[in-house]
Ligand binder design. Structure first.
Ligand SMILES: Cc1cc2nc3c(=O)[nH]c(=O)nc-3n(C[C@H](O)[C@H](O)[C@H](O)COP(=O)(O)OP(=O)(O)OC[C@H]3O[C@@H](n4cnc5c(N)ncnc54)[C@H](O)[C@@H]3O)c2cc1C
Length: 398
């Protein structure tokens, strides 16, 4: 074959994860089978109970070391590693996956990106050991999309620190978190509303903080809370990053956030697909397994195909990010595709289960409830589409 002898692929296309990452996938999959039995995960959801035992096991097995750099007691995994762990956890439980990525990954990323050396030394080793947890307290009752425009929470300088007053909503796992990463306005005199907001690391036990649990339909084992901040004193050294630049710091982590959200959706969709396939093989109607009916088979074929597409774009985005290449478009598309296909897959799974889709004794309804979140949070479909539109050279629509 001489036709292409001068063409060099320079490594070319390669969809293999590689030995180390395959091993990581096997390890986390085995972990889930051993430590997160289905019945236990179902009970956590029913009782809205935070998976503390599993968090501790994740630490014990070293998975919480992945987001933390080696110099601070971690392993320093890349975003592909984090996506693999998130996906495999979500395959069993969105709530467990969410606590991994929100507390461990987001906590570590924030500190890595903007923390002072002192903050990194103090908190990152504890995070890697599972001894502390973080929650993100950004969204306010008046708006999560236009978060800068809606932000009423204020942090006022006072002596050797700041005093925070305001209210947040949807702060997930606030009740078990040691630190809340709170965003508050520190400057009113700004040209743009995204300016003048700062991030603080707030000890959850500080006087003036009260929580009210929200009644939500999915991801129930990691409850979400309204958090009220009434004159909460925060020492100056707990400012995270540069004052007045808090939202820009957050923007610096958006690709990771989109990618890990997409990985969660892929995992939830995988769980739903596997349950639907098994059900189609064993459930009979008219003397045949229902999987023999074309209507059911076609659904399963679509589910599998959409799952593969969602996984491909998710890992493409993760790989680009791990190579330090621009992946904003891919990360957003991955989140869009994985959230929408994920929900469609779970919805087809519901149909395949017939009446049993409505039974809480089957996990399908849990996957369906859980994956629906990601069409609105942490960012909505509409805002992702706005972003893609702008990248196509179209004018900003808002
Ligand atoms: C279960 C759950 C857990 C969460 N966990 C956390 C957490 O831990 N920490 C945290 O800070 N927040 C958290 N959130 C909040 C989440 O990030 C917000 O709900 C989300 O950003 C949407 O904000 P909103 O609910 O205020 O909707 P809105 O901002 O009120 O939006 C309402 C609708 O208007 C659309 N819209 C708004 N602006 C535009 C526009 N310019 N163009 C087109 N459409 C637009 C939106 O897409 C949406 O469909 C959580 C939410 C949920 C449901």
């Amino acid at each position: 074959m001489v036709a292409h002898k001068n063409v060099s692929l320079e490594g070319g296309l390669n969809f293999d994860l590689g030995k180390e990452k395959e091993l990581l996938r096997q390890n986390i999959r085995a972990f889930v089978e051993r430590e997160c039995p289905r019945e236990y995960v179902r009970e956590l959801d029913e009782r809205e109970e935070y998976p503390e035992r599993i968090w501790q096991k994740l630490a014990e097995y070293g998975f919480l070391q992945l987001p933390v750099p080696e110099s601070y007691g971690g392993i320093g995994g890349d975003i592909v590693d984090l996506a693999i762990v998130t996906e495999e956890l979500a395959r069993r439980s969105g709530a467990i996956a969410l606590t991994f990525w929100m507390s461990a990954c987001f906590g570590a990323m924030t500190l890595n990106l903007v923390g002072t050396e002192e903050q990194k030394r103090r908190y990152l080793p504890l995070l890697a050991e599972g001894k502390i947890k973080f929650a993100i307290s950004l969204t306010e009752p008046d708006g999560g999309t236009d978060v800068a425009g809606a932000m009423k929470t204020r942090a006022v300088e006072d002596g050797d620190g700041y005093v925070i007053t305001g209210q947040k909503v949807w702060t997930t796992a606030a009740h078990v978190s040691d630190y809340l990463i709170v965003f508050a306005r520190t400057n009113e005199n700004v040209a743009k509303r995204v300016d003048g907001i700062s991030a603080f690391l707030v000890d959850r036990r500080t006087p003036g903080i009260t929580l009210r649990k929200l009644e939500k339909i999915g991801i129930r084992a990691t409850p979400s809370f309204e958090v009220f901040y009434d004159q909460v004193r925060v020492p100056r050294e707990n400012l995270l990053g540069e004052r007045d630049k808090g939202l820009y710091q957050l923007f610096g982590m958006l690709n990771e956030e989109r990618i890990l959200t997409a990985a969660m959706c892929v995992g939830e969709a995988q769980g739903a697909f596997e349950d639907a396939l098994a059900y189609a093989k064993q459930r009979h109607a008219f003397g045949k397994p229902i999987g023999q009916f074309q209507a059911i088979q076609h659904k399963l074929s679509w589910m599998y195909t959409k799952l593969e597409l969602a996984r491909l774009i998710t890992y493409k985005a993760a790989w680009l990010q791990s190579q330090g290449r621009d992946c904003a478009l891919e990360a957003n598309m991955a989140k869009l595709v994985a959230a929408n296909f994920g929900f469609e897959i779970a919805d087809m799974g519901m149909q395949i289960l017939g009446g049993y889709c409505y039974s809480r004794e089957y996990d399908m309804q849990r996957y369906w409830r859980d994956v629906r979140l990601h069409r609105v949070g942490p960012i909505s479909d509409e805002m992702v589409l706005n972003f893609i539109g702008e990248r196509l050279g179209l004018p900003r629509s808002y």
